[in-house]
Design a protein around this ligand. Sequence first.
Ligand code: GLN
Length: 501
Amino acid sequence: MSTIKKTAAELAELFASGEASAEEIAREHLGRIRAVDGDVKAFLHVDEDNVLAQAQAVDARRAAGERLGPLAGVPIAHKDVFTTKDMPTTCSSKILEGWQPPYDATITARLREAGLVILGKTNMDEFAMGSSTENSAFGPTHNPWDLTKIPGGSSGGSSAAVASYQAPLATGTDTGGSIRQPAAVTGLVGMKPTYGGSSRYGVVAFASSLDTPGPMARTVLDAALLHEAFSGHDPMDSTSIDRPVPPVVEAARRADVEGLRIGVVKEFGGDGYQPGVLARFREAVELLESLGAKVVEVSCPHFGHALPAYYLIAPSECSSNLARFDAMRYGLRVGDDGTRSAEEVMALTRAEGFGPEVKRRIMLGTYALSSGYYDAYYGKAQQVRTLIARDFDAAFEQVDVLVSPTTPTTAFPIGERADDPMAMYLADLCTIPSNLAGNAAISVPCGLADEDRLPVGLQVMAPVLADDRTYRVAAAVERALQDRWGGPLLAQAPDLTEAVK
Ligand code: GLN
């Protein structure tokens, strides 16, 4: 029997009981990658020999009686923003093409230690800047629900890999929505932990005060298992929180909302939102009420300013972080023929190595940080950030969690917004406030929009360090909706092996 459509929890059980070896599971997933990834293009790098060697090593550890983690034997797709000492790490940028890091990110190391098998590195928007994966220097990834549509971004290779059953799990990073938005538009669960709850060590930096690694999966429980497997304090990350990981697996199993106070964010909805998205969102809210939650409307008056504040803060941090790509230390070096100065080589390399969106952000950020403008732009944006955090604080005095649609629209056609940065940025309207405030937020599938039969996500936001609460609510929604649908939402997606033939 094939292991391809099994959840990570099911695969882990097959491995633990000895019914399947890590190698068998890995071989089947490699076969699936061969069958469908020519069309989906989720992976940038898959080295089959390396994957099989990892799987055999996990099998050997089990045979030797080693106690492995609860996800041992399970394959995972790894976003190409995490350093991996045995695989290239490019962040989908030409400037890092062929770069092989000398060390593993903390999260990479924890995956290995827990006995997961890394299938390969997934495509993304260059340096995680984007919402569609079209900003990859290596070409776009396609949404398994409709190959002409975007899979979201920046973790679009990860979302597409999991939604097309190439992997049961994937890693992502979320700076402004890059886990939740791709999860929403491909019918997956994607979770942004509390900032500092998951390690940034070895995650190539985009905007350090916002970057947050997190799990992507086909079920809430799988996401929680992965969350627990790689989270927790890391002394190598100066902003890592030294507190126990919230009990997310327990919460995912509990899956009830009885007596919980749920706030609907008044500011999210209306103009610019797809009617089919709002319809599924309203039904999800009614469902929560029918499950015993107490639902109220809550106003977060400054959320409307989150997007402009983010587009000053994130580019500012990016312009500083990306200064390290100086043609000397990593990857690409252009024009170093002995006749040019270091500055000239640096300029030529950065001009050729960075794509247009990355250059736009570096210029925006350098401008916002320049003396004379700093207070008016970066300083002002930081003040707005504080107001948004206070909106959350006030809301969480009245309710236990907040809910909204994850994205204003479903997956849009590849190419549609590629030349319109503003339209692209709007994809993260509902997700950005939680990045600015640092609190926990999850996206869980809540149905298909009537207009296009594409997935819609429900976002559940909880206070800082109450990550477990987002899983509890998402799991309750998942259970109730799967009863209604007679199975997972993804079962309604086209069968790619037929669709691509
Ligand atoms: N789409 C947003 C951006 O382009 C968020 C990206 C992210 O979360 N990495 O910045």
